[in-house]
Structure formats: C-alpha cells, structure tokens
Design a protein around this ligand. Structure first.
Ligand SMILES: Nc1nc2c(ncn2[C@@H]2O[C@H](COP(=O)(O)OP(=O)(O)OP(=O)(O)O)[C@@H](O)[C@H]2O)c(=O)[nH]1
Ligand SMILES: [Mg+2]
Length: 274
C-alpha cells in the first residue's frame, strides 16, 4: 500500500499517546497519522503536539459527538485525501503498532478489510472476568446471528482498502458509539468486501479509564437485531452508496453525511441539516 493513513480516536489519552505515536512512526514510517480528539481535558492534544512529529493531523471536535462519528470522519478523510489504506486503532495502548504492517500485508495480499482478531486461533486478550465474558459472548453472538465466518467484530484495529470504502453508504455506518464497529463489519460483508482476520494480542489499556458507557451492552443487542434484519434484506437495499458533501457550518469539504435531499449530519461539527 503506497499511501497509508493511521487513525486514532482520543478522549483523555495523554498518558498513552506520547509512547503510541512514536511507536506507530517506527512501525510505519511513511504513514500519515490522523487523530480525532473530542475535547480531552487531560492535555492529550498538547501531549501530541509536544512530540513535534511531522505528518500528524489533529482534528479537535466538541465533546459528545461520539466514537462512531470520529471513525466515520476518518474514513471520509481517507477517501477525500485519496489514501490507499486506512488503519484504525485505539489510542490507549490496547493495540500494538507492530500489528499495523501485518494488517497492511493482508491488504496487499488481496483483502479489502483486515481485522485484528483476539478470538481467532492464535489471538489473545487481556480481559478477565465479566469484561472477558461479555467480549467473548458478544463476538460469538455476532458470528452466529450475522452468519459471517469471522471471530472478531468489536475491536477497532482494522485496515481498509480505501477504494472499496467508496461503495459503502457511510450514512449507514453512523450509529451510537461502539456499534460503529459491528455495523462496519456487517456492511462490508454485505457489500462483498474480501475480509481477512489476523491474530493479535489485545492488551489492557495503558493509562486512564475506559469510556464505554454502562448501557452499551443494550445498544449492542439492539444493533445486532437491526443488522440481522438488514442482512436478510441485503439484496434489496444494496447499491445505495451516497457521496458526502461539504458542511456549510464548519466548511470541512467532505464531512456532511446526508440523504441526498439535504438532511443529514456533519461528523466534524455535529451540525444537522437542512
Ligand atoms: N474522539 C473520541 N474518541 C473516543 C471517544 N470515546 C472513546 N474514545 C477513544 O476510543 C478508543 C477506545 O475507547 P476505550 O475507552 O479504550 O474503550 P475500550 O477499548 O472498548 O475499553 P477499555 O478496554 O476499557 O479500554 C480510545 O482511544 C478512546 O480514547 C469519543 O467519544 N470520542
Ligand atoms: Mg480501550
């Protein structure tokens, strides 16, 4: 992959980004980095800037826009700037930058989407107790209900072939918070992406605290039912890719995700239209 973008969503990750960004640069020296930060109040953005690394873009959004729209913004950014591949990952040291070249190699070998997998053979995860149970059971439920031969649906460590992203209606990827990750897997499968998995070791987060809301499990269950229905109707609903537009409120030229008739939402500033 010639032009690669590595994407991190951050909310209060100052203690982690100072080691993560140099490690990314070491593993993929030619890649650009995009960070979308939603009003961290622990100095995350200053910590990133103090590193003085070239080719790191930081987008600062207001708090509350959510993790899912941060990822949608990154996919749109990668398409708008004609990257060949985008790699997404958490910024809390759970994902190892050493896995990035492995994901990219899978794209070079023909995959359109490669997922870092904790639960395929060879993958491991530091979660214990209730958190581990929820994660294992959730991924098994997605595998079974969606009928996809994959072992990982919920972690963010992924590489996408950007040219293939253009076939997706990104409006459909906008979902509350963490449901973005499962929704992306289902939409990619419905659109015929060649999906690969590679085993990873998932570490407990470095510094700071988790941002997963306590009610996320209920959102995940509702999303699973919704995706199952959509996959049943997939033949009827495919072919609905829509382009994204400039946002009149914040002037980002690609961040307004609309329905074509003018109504929609901006994943950069949150403005709604019309
Ligand atoms: N921009 C942005 N980033 C977010 C938001 N919520 C979480 N993040 C980031 O998304 C990544 C994953 O969030 P975590 O809180 O680590 O969630 P998790 O990895 O599922 O949970 P833990 O295992 O407890 O760490 C981290 O890099 C967070 O900083 C948000 O609302 N906006
Ligand atoms: Mg985490």
């Amino acid at each position: 992959m010639a032009r690669v973008l590595v994407f991190l969503a951050t909310r209060n990750e100052a203690g982690n980004v100072t080691s993560l960004l140099p490690a990314i640069r070491e593993r993929v020296p030619d890649a650009d980095v995009l960070v979308v930060d939603d009003e961290s109040n622990d100095g995350t953005v200053d910590a990133i800037r103090s590193l003085g690394l070239p080719r790191v873009t930081v987008i600062q959004r207001r708090a509350g826009l959510g993790l899912g729209t941060a990822h949608v913004f990154a996919l749109l950014h990668a398409m708008h700037h004609d990257y060949d591949a985008i790699v997404t990952m958490d910024a809390d040291l759970s994902h190892d930058p050493a896995d990035i070249p492995v994901l990219l190699a899978a794209l070079d070998a023909g995959a359109d989407l490669c997922v870092g997998s904790r639960y395929m053979a060879g993958g491991t995860c530091d979660y214990v107790g209730w958190r581990r149970f929820l994660s294992v059971a959730g991924n098994a439920a997605y595998r079974r209900v969606l009928g996809l031969p994959l072992h990982e649906f919920t972690t963010s460590l992924r590489a996408f072939r950007v040219s293939r992203l253009r076939s997706l209606d990104v409006g459909r990827l906008i979902s509350n918070g963490y449901s973005f990750f499962t929704t992306t897997m289902a939409e990619a499968a419905m659109h015929g992406f060649a999906i690969a998995e590679v085993p990873i070791h998932f570490h407990k987060r470095g510094y700071g605290v988790s941002k997963i809301p306590p009610f996320e499990i209920f959102r995940a269950m509702r999303n699973l039912v919704r995706l199952r229905r959509r996959m049943r109707d997939a033949a009827a609903v495919l072919g609905d890719a829509k382009s994204c537009m400039p946002c009149a409120a914040c002037d980002v030229p690609y961040s307004f995700v609309g329905d074509g008739a003018g109504s929609g939402v901006c994943v950069s500033c949150g403005a709604r239209g019309p």
